[in-house]
Design a protein around this ligand. Structure first.
Ligand code: ZN
Ligand code: ZN
Length: 276
């Protein structure tokens, strides 16, 4: 671990529903979870099923403090939360942040409502960690720790969603999941957020052809992600929130198509680590 280290590691890249099975073994079937480390400080983005493996690793490494940011609380982004090992370690501090609420709900209220009868057997009282809850509004700048700066913006998604730009040491990683674009319109808030960023992780659930059938579901296309990155002068584009119907063979074809349009682009895979 060095003072300058800054990386993102993907623990869950799939949208909507965890997808076990052989058709998903190369790209991964867990739902959204990113680990972003800045100079040894651990930040987790989203608590999809991918957070379970990350939690075991953090517990084994005796991680004593981390921040967990939610983009929003649709099931695919929160279903792993009750199974996140650091929440059951009494020596660990976990601070949860969210800002997507359109209805006045708080971060703590979101967790209480999610872990409640009749949908779940125990409430957040079961956590042993030192858990804190922090609310914010889209557009706020967050300062979770020292030299890390996080900008936020509202995304176009049913029930609200937040996009993040994480800056450290003069580099920037952006996390834009989930969002729906409008034909012929450019989402200026996203363009501003990702301007000049080194890495942009973007909701690429559908191809442009598929998008016609899924308007209103709150997702975008890899073509729109590449277009926004070009407009904003961003660096590496990473397609994310893969549709459950897109198995490994489809995804590897897709990666070639994306890289042909925008060289250096990737599809997010579980276990992939990128340094800006
Ligand atoms: Zn999602
Ligand atoms: Zn969603």
């Amino acid at each position: 671990m060095t003072e300058n280290e800054f990386y993102v590691r993907f623990w869950g890249v799939r949208g909507s529903l965890p997808c076990p099975g052989t058709g998903y073994s190369e790209v991964g079937g867990n739902t959204p979870c990113l680990e972003i480390v800045c100079g040894g400080h651990v930040m987790v983005f989203d608590a999809g099923s991918g957070i379970v493996g990350l939690g075991h690793r953090l517990r084994d490494a005796a991680c004593d403090a981390l921040d967990l940011f939610f983009t929003h609380c649709h099931y695919d982004h929160i279903c792993g939360l009750p199974f996140f090992s650091p929440l059951y370690c009494s020596a660990t501090q976990v601070k949860m942040w969210s800002g997507h609420h359109l209805d006045g709900m708080t971060t703590e209220g979101m967790v209480r409502q999610f872990m409640a009868a009749p949908f779940f057997p125990v409430g957040p009282e079961a956590f042993c960690a030192d858990v804190g809850y922090q609310d914010f509004k889209p557009g706020d700048n967050l300062k979770p720790n020292g030299a890390v700066s996080i900008q936020t913006t509202a995304l176009n998604h049913p029930n609200g969603c937040v996009g993040y730009r994480i800056e450290y040491g003069g580099k920037a990683i952006c996390y834009i999941s989930d969002t729906e674009h409008e034909d012929g319109k450019t989402d200026r808030a996203i363009c501003d957020l990702i301007a000049g960023a080194d890495i942009v992780i973007y909701d690429s659930a559908y191809t442009m052809e598929e998008f016609e059938n899924y308007r209103g579901f709150g997702h975008s296309t890899w073509q729109e992600g590449a277009r926004l990155c070009d407009l904003a002068g961003a660096g590496q584009y990473v397609a994310f929130h893969h549709c459950p119907s897109h198995q490994d063979a489809f995804m590897s074809d897709l990666e070639e198509r994306i890289a042909a349009v925008r060289p250096g682009s990737l599809i997010a895979r579980e276990g992939l680590t990128l340094h800006p």
